[in-house]
Design a protein around this ligand. Structure first.
Ligand code: ADP
Ligand code: MG
Length: 326
């Protein structure tokens, strides 16, 4: 007769003998294709885990989106003028990290740029820049000093009416982090999540050194390079993809808060970091800062690598991960 121990052992070894298989899913979240790749022992397990990860991103979208009229973020913008409003832990954490980076960069990274982003979107639609008075009015409603946080009460207050918070430069990285956390809770260790230019990876695919990520060429002459990513994040930001073309000039969707306008330089920034929220926000900041200031971010955040390409500063370009490791 088999002892219980023995039966357990057989069942366990049977399970362990099942090889890990690769599963890939794609859904749209926060306005971008969001592929998730996992290694799991069964399709049912992969589906369960990824469903939970996508549900987590959806829940975050409801909190952090500036596109959704009824998001927690947009309701906050209406309610928090001149008074403290308590917010969810997720929204508070993202705002806290954003404000930390705003202080570190002298307001170059600034989630209060919402009014300026809205002007940029209008300019892209109409092909016309805002007039000086409209721009000044939007600038007066922006500025990280106008956003106050109270950590003990997990509360937020806005100093002037008409402010609009915009987490477009930080929320996707955070959402990837949270999706990875959910997958880990489901026992999945080998995973990759991508939201547009933001990528977060868990353990490498079984038997490999890392997830092979094709890097967007920094300049048209560049051939595609690859980075190997594991247990870390990689984000790309810049002026090469989303821009408004006005009177022969390109204005990128990243705003330089000092001018109130989209970046007019040709710039591409890549940041490797331990987590997505850091990589995403620092990549946006690095694009605005340009070289050499962007390199300063490496001293402020542990384990971070920053690379910036400027159209006229090609000599700053070096390989992101020369030895294939983070
Ligand atoms: P993408 O949205 O293409 O992933 P980024 O992560 O660089 O690129 O974020 C750009 C977005 O960040 C803009 O669409 C806008 O929502 C927001 N944003 C623009 N300028 C700034 C800025 N100076 N600081 C913080 N966020 C910004
Ligand atoms: Mg970003």
């Amino acid at each position: 007769m088999l002892s219980t121990d023995c039966v357990d052992a057989q069942v366990l070894s049977g399970r362990e003998a099942m090889p890990l298989q690769r599963f890939e899913f794609v859904q749209v979240r926060m306005g971008v294709d969001t592929p998730i790749v996992v290694y799991a022992r069964s399709e049912a397990h992969a589906v369960r885990a990824c469903r939970a990860a996508y549900a987590r991103i959806s829940a975050l979208e409801q909190r952090l989106s500036d596109y959704r009229l009824d998001s927690e973020l947009n309701l906050l913008c209406q309610r928090a003028v001149g008074q403290w409003v308590r917010v969810s832990p997720e929204l508070f954490y993202v705002l806290w990290r954003a404000q930390k980076l705003a202080h570190q960069t002298g307001g170059v990274f600034d989630v209060t740029v919402g009014p300026l982003v809205r002007l940029w979107r209008e300019a892209r639609r109409t092909g016309k820049l805002p007039d000086a008075a409209t721009l000044e009015a939007a600038k007066a409603r922006s500025g990280y000093q106008l956003l106050e946080l109270n950590r003990a009460r997990r509360a937020v207050r806005l100093r002037v009416a008409g402010m609009q918070l915009d987490l477009g430069g930080i929320a996707k990285g955070f959402a990837c982090d949270e999706a990875l956390r959910v997958l880990r809770r489901y026992g999945i260790r080998h995973a990759l999540i991508q939201m547009g230019g933001d990528i977060v990876a868990g353990e490498a695919p079984p038997g490999e050194a890392g997830w092979k990520i094709a890097l967007a060429p920094a300049t048209p002459e560049d051939t595609t390079e690859y980075a190997l990513l594991r247990n870390g994040a990689l984000s790309t930001s810049g002026s090469t993809e989303q821009y408004a073309e006005i009177e022969g000039r390109r204005y990128a969707h990243i705003i330089d808060p000092r001018t109130g306008l989209g970046l007019t330089r040709l710039v591409l920034a890549r940041v490797c970091a331990r987590d997505g929220i850091t990589a995403d926000s620092l990549a946006t900041a690095a694009a605005v800062l340009g070289m050499p200031e962007a390199k300063r971010l490496e001293r402020l955040y542990k384990g971070v690598q920053v690379q910036v390409w400027e159209a006229d500063l090609r000599q700053t370009a070096t390989r992101l991960t020369p030895n294939g490791k983070l």
